[in-house]
Every structure is written in structure tokens, then in C-alpha cells.
Design a protein around this ligand. Structure first.
Ligand SMILES: C[S@@+](CC[C@H](N)C(=O)[O-])C[C@H]1O[C@@H](n2cnc3c(N)ncnc32)[C@H](O)[C@@H]1O
Length: 312
């Protein structure tokens, strides 16, 4: 089966990227390259699209999909947290737009066979970048019980973190936990049946999410990237970030707030001593969400939040 791309909020993203022919833009999370395909057409003639993904499958797919535009496309198999180095390597001083559409792609759940979904029996891997060594198996089989509890609670907001961590540790003393099905069974056997039935989501959802975020260091990479945003954009350049998790959205919101800050000196000081100058301005005050029509057609879009800001 070919690569699938169901881009989230495609019309909103394209409008807010505000692209013009000749622009240089970055898609830091190519995935199925749906957003990239719209962006490249908006910057022709003359523009350049730098497409990045840490998953080699996404790069291979984008090579095929964007082949007709190859003169204007640079594809990079890397982490978006390294964008500054990537731009330096290509002699690019600043770009007109950057898009991050966070999380995992449909292809990663349905085709990658790397254990992203509890609905399939696959090796417990969850790496987006298979060059890295730590997998979900490493975490599940080696982290201390307290570390597992904290991870499930902080990244998955899982109420039964403690008992699931205890059950994992008990089980791995018998034999290592190697597959998604083994882990899902442990979770199903631990979560009280009544609670599991009353939840809207599958009882394994939050644990799988927590493991994926930890394996791929998703919050750390996002925070590293966000700190650099004003240095990566030209004046008037835009950053668009779609997040799917409140912890991601908080990182984006708080970092943008810092960049948007004006003088914070007490009013009674005769002159400013903090010298704070805003480097970004918000383009949307509150995060945008998908329309009900989009969520009905693509339930994966339901938790998407789009924030947009501009370099001043
Ligand atoms: C939601 S998908 C993007 C979908 C894409 N916008 C489209 O239109 O099809 C997220 C993609 O970002 C990639 N990704 C996630 N975090 C990354 C990071 N820190 N650096 C590079 N790629 C990342 C994943 O491998 C995945 O392919």
C-alpha cells in the first residue's frame, strides 16, 4: 500500500503560512507530505521548500511525491530541532515560513510495523528515527517501577499509572515484554473492567502515547526548536505549529509568550532596564481548531491546535 497523507487543517495552514512565489519555507514534519505539496505550489516559481523528517520512510515518500518539483525541494533526514544547522549547511540565513505538524503520521501507525498502535501485534519499538538506540522495549523492560509510573502519569495522564507499572515489572521478571500485544494484555488485565468500559478511549491509549513521546524525546526536541524560532525566520516570517497534546501546546504557547514580551520593568522605574523587545507577534490570539466537518471526516484531527506567530 502507498503512503497515506491526511493533512490536518490544510486550508488553515496554507492561509496562515502566507506564502508567495520565491519564498523559502520549511516543513519540519513532512510525514505524508500533504502540507508540503500545497506549500511548494504556493512558492513557485523560484521558491525553495526544505522538507525534514526523522523517519526515513517519510523522506522516501516525499522524494516520489515531490519529484516534479525537485529543482525547488531540499529533503533532509534529520530532526527539526537541528534546523539551525541544516539552514547553515545550505547557506540559508532565514526563512519565510516554518510548519511543524507534530506527532506521528498515519503511515507510522498503519504501515511502519514499529509498534505505534495497540491494535496490531508488532515489536515494541516506537522509534520514528530508527538510527536511535532507545526503543519502547528498552523503557518497558529496564526503567525502574517509579520511573515508569511517573512517565505514564506525566506524559499519558494515566490514572492507573502505578498499578500498570507494577504489573509491567511483575511480568518482565517472568519474561521480557517484547510486543505491543503483550503490553496491551498487561494493561487490559490491570485496568478495572468497569473503568475500562466507561472510558471513551481504549485503555492502552495513554500508555502508548506516553511511551511514544518518551522514546522520541518529543517534548525536548520541540522545546529546543522553539527557543530558536526568531533566529530562523526573516522579518515577517511565520511559524505555524499544530500540536495534539496539551504538554506540546504549552511549550509552544509559553515560548511564544516570551518572544512576544514587551518591557516588564516596574512602572515606577524612570527608564527601562530589562531591554525586552518583542521578537515575535501573535497572528492568532487563541489556537485554532479543526472544523466539525474535518473532525467528522478525520477523527485523528480532533485534538489538533494550530498556533501562528510572525517575526517582527
Ligand atoms: C503528523 S505527521 C505530519 C503529517 C504531514 N504534515 C502531512 O501533511 O502528511 C508528523 C511527522 O513528523 C515527524 N516528526 C515528528 N517529530 C519530529 C522531529 N522532532 N523531527 C523530524 N521529524 C519529526 C514524524 O516522523 C512524522 O512523519
Amino acid at each position: 500500500m502507498g503512503f497515506v497523507h491526511t493533512s490536518v487543517m490544510p486550508a488553515e495552514v496554507l492561509a496562515y503560512q502566507n506564502l508567495k512565489p520565491g519564498d523559502v519555507c520549511v516543513d519540519g514534519t513532512l510525514g505524508g507530505a500533504g502540507h508540503a505539496l500545497s506549500a511548494i505550489q504556493a512558492i513557485l516559481p523560484g521558491g525553495t521548500l526544505i522538507g525534514i523528517d526523522q523517519d526515513l520512510d517519510a523522506i522516501t515518500n516525499a522524494q516520489n511525491l515531490l519529484h516534479p518539483f525537485k529543482q525547488n525541494v531540499i529533503l533532509v533526514h534529520d530532526n527539526f530541532s537541528c534546523l539551525s544547522t541544516i539552514l547553515d549547511r545550505h547557506g540559508i540565513k532565514g526563512v519565510n515560513a516554518i510548519l511543524l505538524d507534530l506527532g506521528f503520521s498515519l503511515n507510522q501507525i498503519t504501515q511502519a510495523k514499529r509498534g505505534f498502535s495497540f491494535n496490531r501485534d508488532e515489536p515494541l519499538d516506537m522509534r520514528m528515527d530508527t538510527r536511535q538506540t532507545m526503543t519502547a522495549q528498552t523503557i518497558v523492560n529496564t526503567f525502574e517501577q517509579k520511573m515508569l509510573t511517573d512517565l505514564f502519569f506525566s506524559l499519558g495522564e494515566e490514572k492507573f499509572s502505578r498499578s500498570i507499572a507494577r504489573a509491567i515489572v511483575r511480568q518482565r521478571q517472568v519474561a521480557p515484554i517484547k510486543t505491543t500485544l503483550q503490553l496491551t494484555r498487561i494493561i487490559l488485565d490491570t485496568v478495572p473492567k468497569g473503568r475500562a468500559a466507561s472510558q471513551k478511549i481504549h485503555p492502552a491509549t495513554r500508555i502508548f502515547q506516553a511511551l511514544r513521546i518518551a522514546v522520541n524525546r518529543e517534548l525536548e526536541n520541540l522545546a529546543t526548536f522553539m527557543e530558536q524560532v526568531p533566529d530562523l525566520l526573516v522579518k515577517g516570517g511565520r511559524i505555524c505549529v499544530i500540536s495534539f497534546h496539551s504538554l506540546e501546546d504549552r511549550i509552544v504557547k509559553q515560548q511564544l509568550k516570551k518572544f512576544e514580551a514587551r518591557c516588564t520593568c516596574p512602572k515606577d522605574l524612570p527608564r527601562c532596564v530589562c531591554h525586552a523587545e518583542p521578537t515575535m507577534r501573535p497572528i492568532v490570539k487563541k489556537p485554532l481548531t479543526p472544523t466539525p466537518e474535518e473532525t467528522a471526516a478525520n477523527p485523528m484531527a480532533r485534538s489538533a491546535r494550530l498556533r501562528v506567530a510572525e517575526r517582527v
